[in-house]
Design a protein around this ligand. Structure first.
Ligand code: GDP
Ligand code: MG
Length: 368
């Protein structure tokens, strides 16, 4: 064996893929022989009990290994565990169902050896494609999911499960904490990958077994994106969530006021009720989403603090608006500035006083 040859491990998460495994091994064997790469196959199986382990054993190939996991069943954690096992120079992650062409592995390995942080098998670049029977809904689903990933990384196919990375890049990563099945995004953010290169692939339909991608997994994807936004953007991500919650509170306020004016009087009471309702609404959503790290703290104290901050914010708004009143011909301008300053005050008080994160330890796990 040539000692300077790059060693590669192909990490494949598997769950009930007994029919696909022999086909995958055959295709990877072809790549090994043709490319001359020093290539191992590591199957990370979540205790499928469908004969997968026996099938791998029966093959008796020293370069094919299966690890059976029994705890924390999850595609992403199976991949992470596989990567921690890997002591070779480069790893490639791919699915077992032959959706991904193993023949692209040498090109991907060469790209990361040449300096790319990650090489991604992409369906959506020139030369890439998907199987013909992708219906509109599947296509739309994939495009929407890609949109959610845009603030995290500008990639043509961030949903891809086929990619290569140097082990050193992975080992520089920390705080891994994926939910759901999109491990590529997790790695790109937590390993701070900058140079991502696309490799066009044809994405085939699986021939045997069925997809484990359920609706529940898709919801987890949104949760995962949110976690990554918070990780990447910190306080900015809290601010965006706070503003989105604020807008939803405005809609609640206006809807409630409209309804109350129809069914209940007096009008002063309607206005007060609509304000109170939107304040409770904002509090609940901010506690659940914008500042969810502080959910463990006393709710009553937080609520009183939040109402106080909103009230002081309103006073700040009032005085800023009046202070700038004479400076503008169009009075909407000082009013808008007043709203912005008042909202800024509310946010700062919420983020750094009421929902402060002083004693909260994030649920994260370092590699190693
Ligand atoms: N270890 C492990 N592998 C999984 C799990 N769920 C899916 N996989 C594997 O991950 C890969 C992608 O899953 P698949 O069901 O094909 O998802 P899809 O390609 O998005 O439809 C396949 O190799 C699956 O066998 C899991 O919970 N644990
Ligand atoms: Mg698949």
């Amino acid at each position: 064996m040539n000692p300077t040859r790059t060693s590669v491990t192909v990490v494949v998460p598997t769950y009930r893929e007994v029919e696909n495994i022999p086909l995958l091994v055959e295709r990877v064997r072809g790549v090994r022989e043709q490319s001359g790469l020093d290539l191992n196959l590591l199957l990370m199986d979540d205790d499928s009990r469908d004969g997968s382990a026996e099938a791998v054993q029966a093959l008796g190939l020293p370069w094919v290994q299966m690890v059976t996991r029994t705890a924390n069943r999850s595609l992403s954690w199976a991949v992470l565990d596989g990567l921690k096992h890997t002591k070779r120079d480069v790893f490639v992650v791919m699915d077992a169902d032959l959706s991904h062409p193993p023949e692209k592995i040498p090109e991907m390995v060469a790209l990361v050896e040449g300096g790319a942080d990650v090489a991604i098998g992409s369906r959506f670049v020139e030369g890439g494609s998907t199987a013909d029977d992708w219906g509109f809904l599947r296509w739309l689903n994939s495009r929407v999911a890609t949109l959610f990933a845009m603030p995290l990384a500008r990639l043509s196919d961030p949903m891809s499960g086929f990619f290569a990375m140097r082990r050193s890049t992975f080992e520089a990563g920390r705080d891994f904490n994926p939910v759901g099945y999109k491990i590529l995004l997790e790695l790109i953010i937590k390993c701070r990958c900058v140079r991502a290169v696309d490799v066009p692939i044809h994405f085939d339909n699986r021939r045997f077994g069925k997809s484990k991608l359920s609706f529940k997994e898709q919801l987890k994807y949104l949760q995962h994106c949110r976690r990554l936004y918070i990780y990447k953007y910190g306080t900015w991500s809290h601010l965006v969530q706070f503003l989105v919650v604020g807008l939803s509170g405005l809609a609640v306020n206006l809807t409630a006021l409209t309804l109350l004016l129809r069914v209940l009087g007096p009008q002063k009471l309607d206005v007060a009720l609509a304000i109170a309702l939107s304040m409770v609404w904002n509090f609940v959503l901010n506690r659940r989403f914008s500042f969810s790290y502080a959910r463990g703290q006393a709710v009553v104290r937080q609520f009183i603090g939040f109402v106080a901050a909103c009230s002081v914010g309103a006073v700040v708004n009032y005085f800023v608006t009046l202070g700038l009143w004479g400076a503008f011909e169009h009075k909407q301008v000082p009013a808008l500035i007043g709203v912005l300053v008042g909202t800024g005050f509310n946010f700062a008080a919420s983020r750094f006083v009421i929902f402060r994160s002083k004693h909260v330890r994030p649920e994260t796990q370092a590699i190693g």
